[in-house]
Write a protein that binds this ligand. Structure first.
Ligand SMILES: *[C@@H]1O[C@H](CO)[C@@H](O)[C@H](O)[C@H]1NC(C)=O
Ligand SMILES: *[C@@H]1O[C@H](CO)[C@@H](O)[C@H](O)[C@H]1NC(C)=O
Length: 391
């Protein structure tokens, strides 16, 4: 009897193994990437992760603006005259709020058609993002008034203050095309610093990028005079937001998989080197510098204990990712079960200054960017159909 049960159990285990290996119904979160690899995430000691919380959940008091008028507004920018906001939305357009209404300002794809028309959910755009465009980071050049755009599919682009179709500036470095251009900032001379989050995964597969922690992300620089694109740092695991310090001596950039901000020196004797600036309790998105030279970091969501554990064990992670479990569930495990909101302000030297949260995700969820203007925080989210304003 016992041996029959063992044989049955063995057979069952074998079937499960074969099923997972073949994933015949394409239920696994990595079904589209059969040869995927997983990479270890070099986490810093948990003691360095800030424990600070916003017990009052102050972001629940944020005002929800433009509900259902802007879908997935990742980046929020104001032009040099202070007009706006301008924001890039899920259907690929960049919209402009003139104080009374929204209008179309610019777009990144030369091939827009009816397939890019508004749809009920931000997720329904994913399939055609490579045709319609997906503007992520937006920044105005304060001197020229031109808007610079990091589009996830179309690289780095620029559009004049009259708007319309943006002009591509660069789409590759050292012969390797960008596959997930994400955020940018501009220095006094007009050089653009920007990130390509991955060479192998596109934005629509950002979850798979986090799950594998694949290290092909790059920090780049585009020189508008020579038109050269140079790689400042490579082998990054999901580099995301970029923001220059107020004095321009360094920039900080966010690393999504590791959950930290790094400082890259642009001037002085440390120029060209980088170091850890702040350890973050979650998966960071964009970073924006305010007038005082402080950095607002949008954290997509807090990292769960599960996410930290999985970061350390790539082989186990690879096995789990092959199970017929949908990406959505892996994602929810990584962020602790539900979407919520967390933003943190750091001082010019990386000291933690302020934490604002909506830990239940009642009002604000999955923040992508925080832009401070006249004491108010304009909060974008790649997943939400509104902009939240706090303060
Ligand atoms: C636009 O569409 C044309 C024709 O379908 C195609 O050849 C071209 O590569 C597309 N351009 C971009 C930027 O997707
Ligand atoms: C970009 O990523 C997709 C998969 O997400 C891949 O099929 C494609 O080859 C990549 N593009 C480049 C230029 O490497």
């Amino acid at each position: 009897m016992a041996s029959a049960a063992l044989v049955l159990l063995g057979g069952l285990a074998l079937l499960v193994a074969v099923y997972c290996g073949l994933d015949p119904f394409k239920h696994s979160s990595m079904a589209e990437f059969p040869g995927f690899e997983t990479y270890s995430v070099d986490l810093l000691p948990p003691s360095l992760v800030p424990a600070a919380e916003d017990k009052e959940d102050l972001l629940q008091r944020a005002e929800v603006r433009f509900l259902n008028q802007v879908q997935g507004p990742e980046s929020v920018a104001f032009d040099p005259q202070g007009r706006g906001p301008y924001t890039g939305v899920a259907d690929g357009r960049i919209l402009f709020w003139d104080g009374k209404e929204w209008s179309d300002f610019a777009y990144t794809s030369p091939n827009r058609s009816e397939i890019c028309d508004p749809k009920p959910s931000p997720m329904s755009y994913l399939k055609n993002e490579h045709i319609c465009g997906r503007p992520l980071g937006l920044r105005f050049n304060k001197k020229t008034g031109d808007l610079y755009i990091a589009d996830a599919y179309f690289g780095l682009l620029k559009v004049g203050s009259e708007g319309g179709l943006a002009t591509p500036l660069t789409t590759e470095a050292e012969g390797v095309p960008f596959n997930f251009t994400n955020d940018l900032d501009i220095d006094e001379e007009g050089n653009i610093y920007f990130t390509d989050s991955s060479t192998n995964f596109q934005r629509r597969n950002f979850m798979q990028l986090v799950f594998t922690s694949e290290p092909s992300g790059r920090l780049l620089k585009f020189n508008p005079v020579t038109k050269e694109t140079t790689i400042l740092l490579r082998n990054l695991q999901f580099p995301n937001g970029v923001s220059l310090s107020k004095d321009g001596s360094f920039l900080v950039f966010a690393e999504g998989c590791v959950g930290r901000l790094s400082r890259y020196w642009l001037k002085g004797e440390k120029a060209g080197t980088s170091e850890v600036f702040a350890v973050l309790p979650g998966f960071p998105d964009n970073v924006r510098t305010n007038e005082k030279g402080e950095f607002w970091v949008a954290i997509h969501c807090r990292r769960s204990i599960y996410a930290n554990f999985m970061g350390l064990y790539p082989t186990l992670r690879k096995f789990i990712l092959k199970l017929p479990i949908k990406a959505r569930y892996h994602y929810l495990m990584q962020i602790g079960g539900r979407l919520h909101a967390l933003i943190i302000k750091y001082g010019p030297d990386g000291e933690l200054l302020r934490v604002l949260e909506d830990s239940q995700g009642k009002v604000v969820r999955a923040v992508s960017e925080v832009e401070e203007k006249d004491g108010k925080l304009w909060i974008g989210s790649v997943l939400m159909p509104f902009i939240a304003v706090y303060g």
